[in-house]
Write a new protein. Structure first.
Length: 175
């Protein structure tokens, strides 16, 4: 990655398996916490092995229609753990992004619209999870990494005989 082609972004990233999870949000939203939680989930075997890419500031670059991130040199291997301060971890020097998490997202919803589940970063379209303020992102990220999207219905209302979109299938709690 060259400095001229790289875009500096305020975000954190963790490599999970062979793809990075890019975590964006305002200061204090929990980016570092989510990185560390994902690393712990990887150590516990709940998700593939996870490793820090960078915390708080990253360089991003689009190459061959993929988004790559790397830590800024001054922060490489460093993460802030609230209440403990700055700590050192092993880190990946570069990773391809496979998922974007937006913390404290204004468009977060219980059943988000399909367009809310995609974003474009540095010209590359990626899957996205918008997380509302006050919600724990960890469960949503683990679910996204370990489950397969349902193909039973394109519209959640299709499976609801009462038209309120609150049912998983027409045979569960429909009366």
């Amino acid at each position: 990655m060259t400095a001229a082609a790289s875009l500096s972004i305020h975000a954190s990233a963790v490599l999970v398996g062979d793809r990075a999870v890019l975590i964006r949000g305002p200061s204090g939203a929990g980016k570092s916490r989510l990185v560390f939680e994902l690393i712990l989930a990887g150590q516990a075997g709940q998700i593939p092995e996870a490793m820090l890419v960078g915390d708080d500031r990253l360089f991003a670059e689009a190459k061959s229609r993929r988004l790559w991130v790397r830590p800024v040199p001054e922060l490489a291997g460093l993460i802030e753990i609230r209440g403990l301060g700055i700590r050192r971890l092993d880190f990946a020097a570069e990773a391809m992004v496979g998922l974007v998490i937006d913390l404290e997202a204004a468009d977060a919803a219980r059943l988000p619209a399909p367009e809310a589940l995609r974003t474009t970063v540095h010209g590359v379209e990626l899957p996205r999870i918008p997380v509302g303020a006050g919600f724990s992102a960890l469960l949503m990220v683990v679910a996204a990494l370990t489950t397969i999207e349902s193909s039973t219905s394109l519209d959640p209302m299709d499976d609801c005989s009462k038209g309120i979109g609150n049912h998983i299938s027409p045979t569960i709690a429909t009366e």
